[in-house]
Design a protein around this ligand. Structure first.
Ligand SMILES: NC(=O)c1ccc[n+]([C@@H]2O[C@H](COP(=O)([O-])OP(=O)(O)OC[C@H]3O[C@@H](n4cnc5c(N)ncnc54)[C@H](OP(=O)(O)O)[C@@H]3O)[C@@H](O)[C@H]2O)c1
Length: 345
């Protein structure tokens, strides 16, 4: 296939490019060359999706297949955040691609993360021309903007927590860096809680499968939640070889110590709060369309193999991209959690 990725130079976009190349597809990436590192073998078109002249140049650069069909089998848009801008990309490329795959988010569902999300759960009402608002409603508006130009040919991947090598968000990367430092590690909530993060590479493989098989529609896209928070952090201990000791603290304890949910100890939400149903997401449609997820341990192993070579991710307090807690905050909480004798109080 011939795939155009808007973005394509980091994390999820990069995973799409890598998986598409590995499958023998032709890949074009379109980005500004600011935060992008291109893979060998991709064709690069430099430009800004916010500039109409750059979009026109991109459209003109579409391949001309011998069968006279559209130049690209699909556009993969991993960096759309504003409906109007996404709509302009879709308009510019509507005759140049057979399908448009848009990377959206569970945040597009107002029920997430307080209530379950299933196939067909309602999305925010945001319109396709919107230019301002919050992340979740805007993502819903972006989906509508694509649908206007690719009716019946849109694939919306409403992704949950994405992990994996080249992660830029600071979630698994923070846990790995913290656990690699060893010692007692403040671990959040219930180690037996099933969680369903998804590897960026599995999203890419799923998206490419949807394109190939013409599976259109919206797919809540998460891991299977057959593994637990304990599995995730124990895999971090194993891979880093640091001998860190996980010290599990309950929701009330963490609240009392003002640990921010989701960002403070990444991926933790108290089970009786706004994030009570954060992992309660299921999509039969995604499974039917071919979503398959690797074990969490593989994601942890490969992320650590990449991360151990990466310098300079952390700020002065050891946080990554606003995620994690400072060592003194953790130490103060651990002091209240663990007695002098090393046992939990
Ligand atoms: N992380 C999660 O857990 C999570 C969960 C749900 C959904 N998501 C979604 O997953 C996606 C994250 O994907 P990502 O990390 O691969 O992408 P990203 O951070 O959104 O985008 C980065 C790529 O887009 C390019 N780009 C940015 N602005 C551009 C512009 N104006 N014109 C052209 N190119 C531009 C960047 O290159 P240059 O800067 O070089 O131009 C870079 O290659 C997002 O759509 C996010 O909403 C993430």
């Amino acid at each position: 296939m011939r795939i155009l990725i808007i973005g394509g130079g980091r994390f999820l976009g990069r995973a799409f490019a890598a998986e598409a190349l590995a499958a023998g597809h032709q890949v074009t990436v379109f980005n500004r060359g600011r935060q992008s590192t291109e893979l060998a073998g991709v064709r690069v078109v430099r430009g800004d999706r916010e500039k109409p002249e750059d979009l026109a140049r991109l459209a003109e650069s579409a391949p001309e297949p011998a069968d006279g069909g559209p130049g690209w089998d699909a556009v993969v848009d991993t960096c759309g955040y504003q409906p109007k801008i996404v709509g302009e990309s879709a308009r510019a490329l509507r005759d140049k691609a057979r399908a448009y795959l848009f990377i959206s988010s569970l945040n597009a569902y107002p029920s997430w993360a307080g209530e379950p999300v299933r196939d067909g759960s309602p999305k925010y009402e945001c319109g396709p021309d919107e230019t301002e608002g919050e992340y979740g409603p805007l993502k819903a508006g972006c989906e509508r903007a694509v649908l206007e130009h690719f009716p019946d040919r849109t694939i919306c991947i409403d992704a949950g927590l994405i992990l994996g090598p080249h992660e830029t968000s600071g979630r698994l990367t923070w846990w790995l860096k913290r656990i690699a430092r060893g010692g007692d590690v403040l671990a959040p909530g219930d180690p037996k809680l099933p969680i369903g993060p998804i590897d960026a590479r599995d999203i890419a493989l799923f998206g490419l499968r949807c394109i190939e098989n013409g599976e259109y529609g919206a797919f809540p896209t998460v891991g299977p939640a057959t593994e637990t928070f304990g599995d995730l952090l124990e895999a971090c201990v194993r891979e880093t070889g640091s001998g860190a000791r996980l010290r599990w603290a309950g929701d009330e304890f963490l609240r009392a110590h003002e640990i921010p949910e989701w960002t403070g100890l990444p991926a933790w939400s108290a089970r009786d709060g706004a994030g009570a149903a954060v992992w309660d997401v299921r999509s039969e449609l995604a499974l039917e369309a071919g979503l398959r997820c690797r074990p969490l341990a593989e994601t942890v192993r490969d992320t650590w193999a990449w991360l151990r070579e990466v310098e300079g991710l952390e700020d002065g307090q050891g946080r990554i991209n606003g995620h994690g807690i400072a060592p003194e905050v953790e130490a103060a909480a651990l002091k209240d959690l663990v007695g002098e004798d090393g046992d939990l109080r």
